[in-house]
Ligand binder design. Structure first.
Ligand code: ATP
Length: 235
């Protein structure tokens, strides 16, 4: 087995207190190998985004160990956690969160200006097939193109891990497939571990490993023997 990107032990997350407490994670034990494409599937409210946000350093667990390589995220001070996010992880969300008043290139530059080892913004945009659109504003781009700018922004820092929460949720099947192709390329070319939450069960076919989540814990982890290319996925 390859090196673990993440390890969690007994990870819990409780939102709120007392009678209104929500147990979003109930003692998750998990090992995520580096360099794989991992898909997280599960019903709405089962805790997928909560898990992603905690290992992505956007939020903290209530209890339990969370480790990235040999670093304990659960023991980091806020400034260290910010540094971890800045240097190691990229995020792609369902809604692209681009700055409307900035061009595609300027949106990517927001990240490359503060990253430790960034690629050239134009190179990141070329990787997602937007070489000709670098000076366009988000409003001049289609949904799929905007999502690709968001991916370019996330990968421009050459992250070790790319977190994607419903990255194709707002896209039609053809555009969605082209976005999945970009994610597969990032995994293959940059070697980034890709962790994707999706409601589209068919997308699990492009994963090396599928984590099935239910009621705040892992129900099953299935290794994919025959991984499909995004183009082969039935939507
Ligand atoms: N900030 C919050 N405050 C209180 N409860 C929350 C908060 N965020 C999430 N929850 C609750 O935690 C549980 C897990 O939510 P989470 O968003 O992780 O689920 P999910 O599997 O990603 O769902 P979906 O597929 O609908 O996005 C849900 O019951 C949700 O209502």
């Amino acid at each position: 087995m390859t090196e673990a990107a993440y390890t969690t032990k007994g990870l819990t997350k409780v939102y709120g207190e007392g009678r209104s407490a929500v147990h979003a994670l109930r003692g998750v034990d998990l090992e995520i190998p580096a360099g794989e494409v991992i898909v997280l599937l599960g019903p709405s409210g089962s805790g997928k985004s909560t898990l992603l946000n905690i290992i992505g350093g956007l939020d903290r667990g209530t209890e339990g160990l969370v480790q990235f390589r040999d670093q304990r995220l659960d023991e980091m001070k806020d400034a260290e956690l910010t540094r971890y996010r800045r240097n190691h992880v990229g995020f792609v969300f369902q809604f692209y969160n681009l700055m409307p008043s900035l061009t595609a290139r300027e949106n990517v530059e927001l990240v490359t200006e503060i990253a430790a080892d960034p690629m050239d913004p134009d190179e990141a945009l070329a990787l997602v097939g937007l070489k000709e659109r670098t000076d366009h504003f988000p409003a001049q781009l289609s949904g799929g193109e905007q999502q690709r700018v968001a991916i370019a922004r996330a990968i421009a820092k050459q992250p070790d891990v790319l977190f994607c929460d419903e990255p194709t949720g707002a896209l039609d099947s053809q555009t969605g497939r082209s976005v999945l192709r970009v994610l597969a390329d990032v995994n293959e070319r940059l070697g980034s571990t890709v962790l994707m939450v999706t409601h589209a069960a068919s997308q699990a076919q492009m994963a090396d490993r599928v984590i099935h989540f239910a009621d705040g814990d892992i129900r099953e982890i299935v290794e994919n023997r025959k991984k499909l290319a995004p183009e082969e996925i039935e939507w």
